[in-house]
Design a protein around this ligand. Structure first.
Ligand SMILES: *Cc1c(COP(=O)(O)O)cnc(C)c1O
Length: 346
């Protein structure tokens, strides 16, 4: 079975297992005089993430969801308006933030172009008309096929935010794929945001975890909220060790994954059973519409599964595929053949 449902399916590499085995450990739940935890491997990961993203400090979190929740709880209080993409992971999958029973924030949506990129004018008018307290961006844009916000667009939105005096949070779950796609350092996309979360457990390949990055005082605040949410971990160096390898050795994989995704997209784009806009394939994600096949996304996915390919329907008509380390070129070629077995003549 070829499984292209998500890059969360990556398994730890041999060097991650080695690093886990030899990790130096301490109690990350206890803090020293600098406010850092006592696990040296967690500190190493946090320092590394801060330097890669161009921020002062960082906090290891058990998931991207938790990192986003902590960040938004610092930037906003109950009832505050957050402007974000209606299709963002934060709004679609992390519902507790906008649930009255949980954190009770209010969502306000900016408009996007055909590739899901935020329209600055829409942010500008919404923020001034609706008393918005935070701009939350996502890069790459997962539900839009992994499209990328460029450094120019990022800088221009951050400049606007500074003028409007509101902070910017970046959900950079797959920012390493974005940086790979532009062949630029990650900090070019992250340093200007007030806070950013990066996922170690997607294509970077670590088994667990995300890192939230920001200023020293922001991270101090974040550490307190993480504890209240039950996100404090003890000898977390066990998992942070794999994160260190992800950040040092995992990034080389990004271009390979991006190129494999593009190769796959090119291989299926002429199939009359689907609609695929190749311009949206900028990183390791491919989304295509199966309406021309006359099948629902669910039925299409079931047919692919019968042929040995696992994919994810994301709505009635669209299917999402994500490429990652274990999916090499030979597997990609097999996946193309399986998808092209389904035509609009059945
Ligand atoms: C996966 C993901 C998250 C959340 O990460 P988890 O570790 O699964 O909680 C947040 N944002 C985006 C865009 C993601 O793809």
């Amino acid at each position: 079975m070829i499984d292209l449902r998500s890059d969360t399916l990556t398994k730890p590499t041999e060097s991650m297992i080695q690093a886990i085995t030899h990790a130096e450990l301490g109690d990350d739940g206890r803090t020293n005089e600098n406010g850092k935890g006592e696990d040296p491997t967690v500190n190493k990961l946090e320092n590394l993430a801060a330097s890669i993203t161009g921020h002062e400090d960082a906090l290891f979190c058990n998931s991207g969801t938790m990192a986003n929740i902590i960040a938004l709880l610092i930037h906003c209080k109950r009832g505050d308006k957050v402007i974000l993409d209606k299709y963002s992971h934060i709004f679609q999958s992390e519902k507790s933030l906008f649930d009255e029973q949980y954190f009770g924030l209010t969502a306000n949506f900016y408009e996007t172009n055909d590739s899901g990129l935020p329209l600055k004018e829409s942010i500008k008018s919404n923020v001034s008309e609706n008393d918005v307290k935070l701009i939350a961006l996502e890069n790459s844009i997962a539900y839009q096929g992994g499209t990328c916000i460029s450094t120019q667009q990022m800088n221009s939105i951050c400049k606007l935010a500074e003028k409007l005096k509101i902070p910017v949070h970046l959900d950079g779950a797959r920012i390493f794929n974005v940086a790979g796609s532009f062949n630029l350092p990650v900090k070019h996309f992250t340093a200007r945001a007030d806070s950013v979360q990066i996922c170690l457990s997607k294509a970077l390949g670590a088994p667990v975890g995300s890192v939230l990055c920001g200023s020293k005082s922001f991270i101090k605040h974040a550490r307190g909220i993480r504890k209240k949410l039950g996100g404090g971990m003890r000898q977390a160096g066990i998992i942070a060790a794999a994160g260190v390898i992800a950040l040092t050795k995992g990034t080389k994989q990004m271009n390979i994954d991006n190129q494999n995704a593009y190769y796959l997209a090119e291989g299926i784009m002429n199939n009359k059973a689907i609609n695929l806009n190749i311009e949206t394939v900028q990183t390791n994600i491919i989304i295509f519409d199966v309406s021309p096949s006359g099948l629902s996304a669910k039925v299409f996915a079931t047919q692919l599964a019968e042929e040995g390919l696992h994919v994810r329907p994301i709505n009635e008509s669209k299917i999402r595929i994500i490429v990652y380390r274990e999916i090499d070129r030979a597997v990609i070629i097999e996946a193309i053949e399986i998808i092209n077995k389904i035509t609009n003549f059945n």
